[in-house]
Design a protein around this ligand. Sequence first.
Ligand SMILES: Nc1ncnc2c1ncn2[C@@H]1O[C@H](COP(=O)(O)OP(=O)(O)O)[C@@H](O)[C@H]1O
Ligand SMILES: [Mg+2]
Length: 303
Amino acid sequence: MPAVSFQSVSKTYAAGRGAFKALDGVSFDIEEGEFFGLLGPNGAGKTTLISILAGLVRATSGSVRVHGHDVQADYADARRKLGVVPQELVFDPFFTVREALRIQSGYFGVRNNDAWIDELLESLGLADKAKANMRQLSGGMKRRVLVAQALVHRPPVIVLDEPTAGVDVELRQTLWQFIARLNKQGHTVLLTTHYLEEAEALCGRIAMLKQGRVVALERTSDLLKAASSNVLRFKLDGALPAEFENKARVTGRIVQLPAHDAHEIEQYLAVIREAGLSVEDVEVRKADLEDVFLDVMAEKAAV
Ligand SMILES: Nc1ncnc2c1ncn2[C@@H]1O[C@H](COP(=O)(O)OP(=O)(O)O)[C@@H](O)[C@H]1O
Ligand SMILES: [Mg+2]
């Protein structure tokens, strides 16, 4: 039995005078113990899919199961199997960190949970904040509490919706170490992130969403293997030649171009010479997940 099963999930929001289809027939399974990445640009439908999984939003059609429990017909059992860290920082400002975690435990009917709460606080670097009021915490600290809150009832499936957006490097590392450990212990993890290097390092399998549809669903290693090319990377001392405009990834002075073979690299360099430009720090590297992501998103153009 899969840990999570999405079957033909569609969601149409009422929007202004019309209707907006945020999800359009999404189907895939996540097996128990997987570390699964859900990627896609802003507005692709990731949070909508997670909200349907968490029972916060109702699908227009299709069904979702968690360990076999339908998220609508069997809501309480499905919800108990899930720990969800939401994208938005939602919290009650009147409680201390420990109180918030005790209340959440009570919500799931877990009693005498302080030993586990202490372990969560310790693992997430929150031990000295147990008595702090939620409203006194920085954004990063609140994010840690949200993670702890999602885990108070030891759910087998952990869902994280952009947990590292706007978070400092230290928290990202603490968080990933902890989540990776839980995954090793057998927890299933579903993650959305814009940091593709995180997804590449952590996720065994990845689904890419675009405009509410799954446009790629593969093992991370296969996605990287299927990348059609290497990447030529250099610093350019002038304006980008028009020939490169549709294929180059540009970050300040750094230009990256897909390079299938030596001949193509020579052609690129010839274009630069002819434009009277010069380059520095030239290197050829293997395509990474970001290259694959940009490829997939460009390929499956909007209809
Ligand atoms: N409650 C809502 N009402 C109307 N439109 C919504 C609502 N929630 C999300 N949307 C729209 O659905 C699309 C998908 O949003 P979302 O699931 O948040 O995407 P993602 O998390 O991938 O950025 C967006 O175009 C968004 O504006
Ligand atoms: Mg989102």
